[in-house]
Ligand binder design. Structure first.
Ligand SMILES: [Zn+2]
Length: 108
C-alpha cells in the first residue's frame, strides 16, 4: 500500500481497497496514484488474486469522498497514455465500419 492510502479516512480506504470482481480486501490490492490534481486522485488498482484492474477517480470535497471506479483491461501506462486522447464518437465508429466494409476486411 502506498502512503496515500494510509492517509485516507477509513471510508475512503474502504472504497478503493476492495476488488469488485472477487471481493478480495486490502491485502492483495495494489494501488498506484496515476495523477493528483487539487483534491482529485486518479488511482489504478490491481487485484493480485484475480488479476482484475480498476481505474478509479477519487475526489475529496467538503462533504466527504466521492469515487467512481471502472473495471478495465488497460495497464496503468495505458491509462496515462489514453486519458487525454479525444473521445471516440458514434460517427468515428460508423467511419471505421464503412472503411472495413469498403475494403472487405470483415467479409468471410
Ligand atoms: Zn480480485
Amino acid at each position: 500500500m502506498s502512503n496515500f492510502l494510509n492517509q485516507l479516512p477509513l471510508d475512503g480506504l474502504k472504497i478503493i481497497s476492495f476488488c469488485p470482481i472477487c471481493n478480495e480486501h486490502h491485502k492483495l490490492i495494489e494501488a498506484k496514484i496515476l495523477e493528483e490534481k487539487d483534491r482529485n486522485h486518479l488511482i489504478y488498482l490491481k487485484c493480485k488474486k484475480c488479476n482484475s484492474s480498476i481505474v478509479s477517480l477519487v475526489a475529496f470535497d467538503g462533504m466527504g469522498i466521492n469515487s467512481i471506479g471502472l473495471v478495465t483491461d488497460l495497464t496503468a501506462e495505458d491509462v496515462l497514455k489514453f486519458k487525454n486522447y479525444p473521445t471516440i464518437s458514434s460517427d468515428d465508429v460508423i467511419l471505421i465500419h464503412q472503411f472495413l466494409e469498403e475494403k472487405q476486411i470483415l467479409k468471410n
